[in-house]
Write a protein that binds this ligand. Structure first.
Ligand code: ATP
Ligand code: MG
Length: 429
C-alpha cells in the first residue's frame, strides 16, 4: 500500500520534543493566571467573511494565505483560522461578554496559512495569544507588553528586543496616507509589482515590504508618527513611560505597521536576530475598531500573538533549560504470573504521585523478556529507580528498589505500605 504522509508544512510534534511544548504551555498558563487573563477556546473553522472583514481584504493573509473551502453539505464558505483574534472578537460579541466590563483572555492553538514552508514558517503553526478587550487606556497596552516580556524571562530567553510604533487614529492615518501615496507615486521605478498594486488600496502595507531593493525607498517615506495628534502622542508616551519605569527597553520602528488592517495606536513586535529572516516571535497592538467591524458595540481592545514554533526554536538556539521528562521508576517484572499483583502496586504508587513506567514486551507470547533486556530498557528510559518484582521478594511481600542513576544501595520496600516509601522515589517536579 502507498505510504501516507502528512501535508507539507504541517508537522507532527513527537516525544521527546512535545515535552518542550508542554513545558512552554505550563509556563504560559501560570503566567496568564498571575496577570488575571482567562482561557478562551474558539473553533478552528470560522465563516470566511469573518476574516475578510476582520483582517482586511488587501492583506497577505486574505489575499493568498487562507485555507478556504465550501461546506459540502450547505455550500457555506469556511476558512481554517489563520489567526485567532477575529474568532475571539466574534465570540466576545456573540456572547455579549463585555456587558459587565472588560475581559482579559488568552488562547493557544493551531493556525493555518498557505505559505512557503521554511524554518520558522509552516502551514499549520501554533500561536499563543493574549487579548484585553473593553479597555482603552495606555496602561493596558503596557500591561500586555509587560506580560510578553515577563514570559521571555520565565522561559529564560535573552536577546529579544521590543520595537514599538503608533499607528494613530483613522483621521491621522488618512492625512498620512495622502502624503504617502504622493511619495510612492514619485518612486514607482523601485517598487515591485505587489507594492504598485497596493499603493492605492493599502499604501501602509507597502512600508512593510521585505523586498531588499525597496528598503531605502520605504525608509525615507513619510512617517505616520509625524502625523499623530496630541491625544495619540499622549497615549503612546504613557505606554513608553510605563515600559521605562519597568526597565523594559524598546526602540521605535516608524515602519512597523503589522500585517492586519485592524490595528490603531500602539503596535509592537518582539524580535530576535537568532532566527534568520523569521525573527519576529511575537506581534500585536491595539485594535479599537475591530469589535465594531465584526458587528459588536464599539469597544477598544489590545492584544498580541506569539509563534510557538519560533519561540521553541529560539529556546533551542539559546540552549535554555526545558526539562526532558523521565519516569521516576521503571518496573522490572521477571515473571508474567506476577502481573496482577505488580499492577496493583504500580497503581498505588501512581496515585501517590510517583511516575512509573511499566516494562512491556512487544510480543507477550515470549514472556516478559530476560532480566538483562529489561534492565537495558530501564536504563534507556532515564528512570532513576528500577522496581524489581522478583518472585522471591514478592513471596516476602516486598519489592526491590534499585537506584539506576545516582548510585546508592538497593533496598527492599513492603508492598503493603507504599505510602511510607513512595516519596523516596519522586524527583522534584
Ligand atoms: P511574518 O511577517 O513572519 O509573516 P506575521 O506578521 O504574518 O509574521 P502575525 O500574523 O503577526 O505574523 O502572527 C504572530 C506571530 O505568529 C508571528 O510573529 C510569528 O511568530 C508567528 N507566525 C506567523 N506566521 C507563521 C507561520 N506561517 N509559521 C510559523 N509561525 C508563524
Ligand atoms: Mg505572514
Amino acid at each position: 500500500m502507498q505510504k501516507l504522509v502528512a501535508i507539507k508544512g504541517m508537522n507532527d510534534i513527537l516525544p521527546p520534543d512535545s515535552a518542550r511544548w508542554e513545558w512552554l504551555e505550563e509556563k504560559v498558563r501560570s503566567l496568564m493566571a498571575r496577570y488575571a487573563y482567562r482561557n478562551i477556546r474558539t473553533p478552528i473553522v470560522e465563516p470566511t467573511p469573518l476574516f475578510v472583514r476582520g483582517l482586511g481584504e488587501v492583506t497577505d493573509i486574505v489575499e493568498k494565505e487562507m485555507y478556504s473551502f465550501e461546506d459540502r453539505l450547505n455550500g457555506e464558505q469556511l476558512t481554517l483560522r489563520p489567526e485567532a483574534t477575529a474568532g475571539v472578537v466574534r465570540a466576545v460579541v456573540e456572547h455579549n461578554m463585555l456587558y459587565d466590563g472588560g475581559k482579559r483572555l488568552y488562547y493557544m492553538g493551531p493556525m493555518f496559512r498557505h505559505e512557503r514552508p521554511q524554518r520558522g514558517r509552516y502551514r499549520q503553526f501554533h500561536q499563543i495569544g493574549a487579548e484585553a478587550l473593553g479597555f482603552g487606556g495606555p496602561e493596558v497596552d503596557a500591561e500586555i507588553i509587560l506580560l510578553a516580556h515577563a514570559l521571555w524571562a520565565e522561559l529564560g530567553l535573552t536577546n529579544v528586543r521590543l520595537e514599538l510604533n503608533s499607528l494613530g487614529q483613522p483621521d491621522e492615518r488618512r492625512a498620512h496616507r495622502a502624503a504617502l501615496i504622493a511619495y510612492l507615486e514619485q518612486h514607482q521605478d523601485v517598487m515591485d509589482e505587489e507594492a504598485r498594486r497596493r499603493m492605492y488600496s493599502n499604501p501602509l502595507r507597502v512600508l512593510d515590504t521585505k523586498n531588499p531593493a525597496m528598503q531605502d525607498m520605504v525608509n525615507a517615506a513619510p512617517r505616520l508618527i509625524d502625523f499623530l495628534g496630541e491625544a495619540s502622542l499622549r497615549h503612546f508616551d504613557t505606554v513608553k513611560a510605563i515600559l521605562d519605569a519597568n526597565g523594559v527597553a524598546w526602540s521605535i520602528n516608524p515602519r512597523l505597521v503589522r500585517g492586519m488592517d485592524y490595528y490603531n495606536l500602539t503596535v509592537f513586535e518582539f524580535i530576535t536576530e537568532q532566527l534568520g529572516s523569521q525573527g519576529t516571535i511575537c506581534g500585536g497592538g491595539r485594535y479599537d475598531y475591530l469589535i465594531e467591524q465584526i458587528g459588536g458595540k464599539s469597544a477598544p481592545a489590545v492584544g498580541w500573538a506569539l509563534g510557538v514554533e519560533r519561540v521553541l526554536e529560539l529556546l533551542k538556539e539559546q540552549a535554555a533549560q526545558a526539562p526532558q521528562p523521565a519516569a521516576d521508576a521503571y518496573a522490572v517484572v521477571p515473571d508474567a504470573a506476577a502481573l496482577p499483583q505488580v499492577m496493583v502496586c504500580l497503581q498505588q504508587l501512581r496515585a501517590l504521585g510517583v511516575a512509573v513506567q511499566m516494562h512491556s514486551p512487544a510480543n507477550s507470547a515470549e514472556g516478559m523478556g530476560s532480566m538483562k533486556s529489561q534492565f537495558k530498557k530501564a536504563d534507556a528510559s532515564g528512570a532513576r529507580f528500577a522496581l524489581i518484582f522478583g518472585s522471591d521478594e514478592l513471596a516476602r511481600g516486598a519489592v526491590t528498589v534499585k537506584p539506576l542513576r545516582d548510585g546508592g544501595e538497593q533496598v527492599e520496600r513492603p508492598l503493603a505500605t507504599p505510602a511510607d516509601w513512595a516519596a523516596s522515589l519522586q524527583s522534584p517536579r
